[in-house]
Design a protein around this ligand. Structure first.
Ligand code: CDP
Length: 239
């Protein structure tokens, strides 16, 4: 088989190595729950509000609370200007994050209410939806929302023939050979169920299975960072 055209990562990482992570919980004292998740040039902040009574009343569900997730890149999060306000991409990302989180939260104890999760991206170097999910899961736990499991997310992918974990923007823009493939995925902490899987690019079924396994392994390590941050909530709040 021909050699891959991407044999050395631009930033020198190993193929299965994630960027250095900083995770914090309790970063917004006035919110019901909050957290940040930073990895290399990507940072996500998540803030939780609720549960509170949902208005208008006809949207309420008398059996359960409702999770509502919004996602937005901040105006100076990349060098190109980002227009503030919702767009198709932000709507899509908010929805896929909502679906991923909905599979672990148990809102049956909060009928007729809404729990709002606001994900904001102050700096973006690819992988913002997965960083946002990691922050959101921590923020929901911080807010005391019952969760059956945690959610951990990572983007895996491929540049030419080389499988990669935690692809950054330069790698997403790799055009030689087979080009780049970006696969954001989210995994539950105990059942290892996949609650988010998207694919942008081309990949064979065998490579996809291998990439998912690499991603799941990375998620095991990221989960430890999330749990550590949740243990150290007080430290951040008291700063
Ligand atoms: O961020 P994520 O990988 O989840 O989503 P994407 O749509 O694949 O975007 C990849 C990256 O492109 C973002 O993380 C940003 O670095 C960049 N981007 C940008 O520069 N301008 C935009 N309007 C959207 C994304």
């Amino acid at each position: 088989m021909a050699k891959s055209l991407y044999e050395k990562r631009f930033d020198g990482r190993k193929m299965d190595e994630v960027r250095p992570i900083i995770a914090k919980v309790g970063i917004v004292p006035s919110a019901d729950g909050s957290a940040s998740f930073e990895t290399g040039g990507t940072k996500a902040i998540a803030v939780v509000r609720g549960p509170r009574t949902l208005h208008p009343q006809h949207l309420q569900n008398a059996q359960t609370g409702i999770l509502r997730v919004s996602y937005g890149m901040m105006p100076f999060s990349v060098w190109d200007r980002i227009r503030p306000g919702p767009n198709r991409r932000s709507e899509e990302i908010g929805k896929v994050c909502e679906w991923a989180l909905n599979s672990v939260v148990d809102l049956s104890g909060f009928p007729s209410t809404v729990i709002d999760v606001f994900i904001q991206i102050p700096k973006a170097d690819a992988g913002t939806r997965v960083a946002g999910l990691n922050a959101a899961a921590m923020a929901l736990a911080h807010a005391g929302i019952p969760m059956k499991e945690m959610i951990t997310a990572i983007a895996v992918g491929k540049a030419d023939k080389t499988l990669l974990v935690d692809i950054d923007k330069a790698e997403e823009d790799f055009h030689d050979g087979e080009g780049a493939t970006d696969i954001p995925l989210a995994v539950t902490s105990r059942g290892k169920e996949i609650t988010l899987l998207q694919l942008d690019g081309k990949i064979s079924p065998t490579e996809l299975s291998e990439a998912i396994e690499m991603g799941k392994k990375a998620c095991d390590d990221i989960l430890k960072v999330q749990m550590e941050a949740l243990k150290n909530i007080g430290e951040e709040e008291n700063e």
